[in-house]
Ligand binder design. Structure first.
Ligand code: CA
Length: 514
């Protein structure tokens, strides 16, 4: 009998995340089908925006119903220790596509309407790698990685952009649903723009774009889910005659919370929960189409999020919290910060016949690993200069081994001083607080989560240590900073952190797994 349940039970017990009723651990599942030489499965990567670790049924949420994602988990593999590379949208997306930490290009924050393309077009990306191997490639949804060489030309060609990084097709929202321009972009152009009424940007503001009335009229916040999903489905229907890679980066569930009317009132925690349920519907639409086209058995589908959930001191996120939704489960911290809630995210992989049903993995993996992992999946070596932070975690994704692959992982918050290093059970942060918005302190005041260095009203205690060490195996909720109890561990991790930060690569040079 094969043993598929290789979760680190300490983490699960600490996290109290998994509802036994939604995930069955099937230990009688036959061994995975061997990949045939030259086999090129389709790859669908569905990226949620700001979806926290505790916001799906299969991760323990009770105030929202997410039957499609729960089904995906019960038919595939759910990860309990998967991480976005940053706690913030843009750097996470940079790392996902390039296999490289975004701090290497000094990107720690979101970018906006004035910013050029962040990714060097000579780098191998997940899209260019797959395109070179004969895949059709599309990016649908939120880009948030900039356009142009110096600044985007919103009234002309938005170039370079996704198409110069290996995507055959792009359709989506160019920046983020909270910031203008609120338009759709198709390939290199704003959709529906009247040259007589151009978009006019305020050079001193990221949030002030005027004009472009005809293009802006096409953008309806409550329709983003259905419109972009329709685009994604249409593209797959047209391109499934050869292997395809769909990167569907949905703007859900980022602020503003604008669920489609058909989802309003459907959850147990207000509009925020309704929006999560709409995201689940989106995943269901994609899975149903794959079933209908008889492509499910040859398609790897991954659902994850670019960072953890975020809570504000008013509005829909607070309403959801007050109704009992624990956005990031019992993890400490939120979007923007280096505590676990900022970057430990839902991550579910689905590939019938290749990934054992209902398996749960406690392997430490990062989204930065997708480049090397997908390269390994299709048997294509990466150029040595590219994907310098990307480990091949294919054995964790589709294999049955519990042998740890990553010896460490870095997670970036907004404040560079708080860049966190994870090694085994330990997480080390070389500063106080989360390094996120208000250093994470305001969130503690709102949520009353417990941390030994911080008062319940959100102030660093006098005399708190200057750095932080957490034992995630015994304290995944990061209630207790143990840096003074394990000075040698802290010293070693600080040295490792400094070494990794100054090195040209953190993934093995001769990654034997590749
Ligand atoms: Ca985000």
């Amino acid at each position: 009998m094969m043993k598929y349940m290789f979760l680190k039970t300490g983490l699960l017990a600490g996290a109290s995340m998994i509802s036994a009723s939604t995930i069955s651990i099937n230990t009688n599942e036959p061994a995975k089908k061997n990949l045939k030489q030259g086999q090129k499965p389709n790859i669908v990567f569905i990226y949620a925006d700001d979806l926290g670790y505790g916001s799906l049924g299969c991760y323990g949420a009770t105030k929202v119903k997410t039957p499609n994602i729960d089904r995906m988990a019960s038919q595939g593999r759910l990860f309990t220790d998967a991480h976005s590379s940053s706690a913030i949208c843009t750097p996470s997306r940079y790392s996902l596509l390039t296999g490289e930490y975004a701090w290497r290009v000094d990107n720690w924050k979101p970018i906006f309407c004035h910013d050029p393309l962040l990714i060097d077009t000579t780098k191998t990306t997940v899209a260019s790698l797959l395109k070179q191997q004969g895949y059709s490639t599309a990016c649908i949804g939120k880009w948030h990685l900039g356009f142009g060489v110096n600044t985007p030309d919103w009234n002309g060609e938005l170039k370079p952009g996704p198409l110069e990084l290996g995507f055959d097709y792009y359709y989506g929202i160019p920046v983020v649903s909270s910031h203008p321009p609120f338009v759709f972009v198709e390939n290199h152009r704003v959709v529906g723009l009247d040259p007589a009424d151009p978009l006019v940007l305020n050079q001193n503001s990221n949030a002030d774009v005027k004009g472009g009335k005809s293009a802006c009229a096409l953008y309806k916040p409550e329709e983003l889910g259905p419109v972009l999903t329709r685009k994604a489905l249409e593209w797959v229907r047209k391109h499934h005659d050869k292997p395809f890679f769909l990167y569907y980066a949905t703007p859900l569930i980022h602020l503003p919370i604008t669920p489609n009317p058909r989802f309003k009132g459907t959850s147990g925690c207000g509009l925020y929960g309704d929006y999560i349920q709409e995201f689940d519907w989106i995943v269901g639409q994609v899975l149903s189409m794959l079933d209908e086209l008889k492509l499910s058995d040859n398609t790897l589908v991954i659902v994850t999020s670019d960072n953890g959930g975020v809570i504000k001191d008013e509005g829909e996120t607070l309403n959801a919290w007050n109704a009992g939704l624990r956005l990031n489960g019992n993890l400490l911290g939120f979007k923007f910060g280096a505590w676990e809630g900022g970057h430990r995210v839902p991550f579910i992989a689905h590939w019938p016949g290749h990934i054992p049903k209902g398996s749960i993995s406690g392997q430490l993996i990062g989204q930065v690993d997708m480049l090397a992992t997908l390269a390994a999946l299709i048997g294509q070596p990466l150029p040595g200069k590219d994907g310098v932070d990307s480990y091949n975690v294919l054995p964790a994704l589709i294999g049955n081994s519990n042998k740890p692959i990553r010896d460490h992982l870095l997670s970036a918050p907004g404040n560079p001083q708080n860049l966190a290093i994870r090694e085994g059970r330990w997480l080390y942060i070389d500063a106080q607080g989360s390094g996120g918005a208000q250093n994470g302190l305001k969130e503690i005041a709102i949520t009353h989560k417990v941390n030994s260095d911080i008062t319940p009203d959100g102030k660093i205690k006098p005399g708190a240590p200057p750095n932080q060490l957490y034992d995630l195996e015994n304290d995944v909720a990061e209630t207790t900073n143990v840096v003074l109890h394990y000075p040698e561990v802290a010293q070693k991790l600080k040295a490792q952190l400094d070494k990794k930060r100054s090195s040209d690569r953190t993934a093995p040079k001769n990654n034997k797994l590749r």
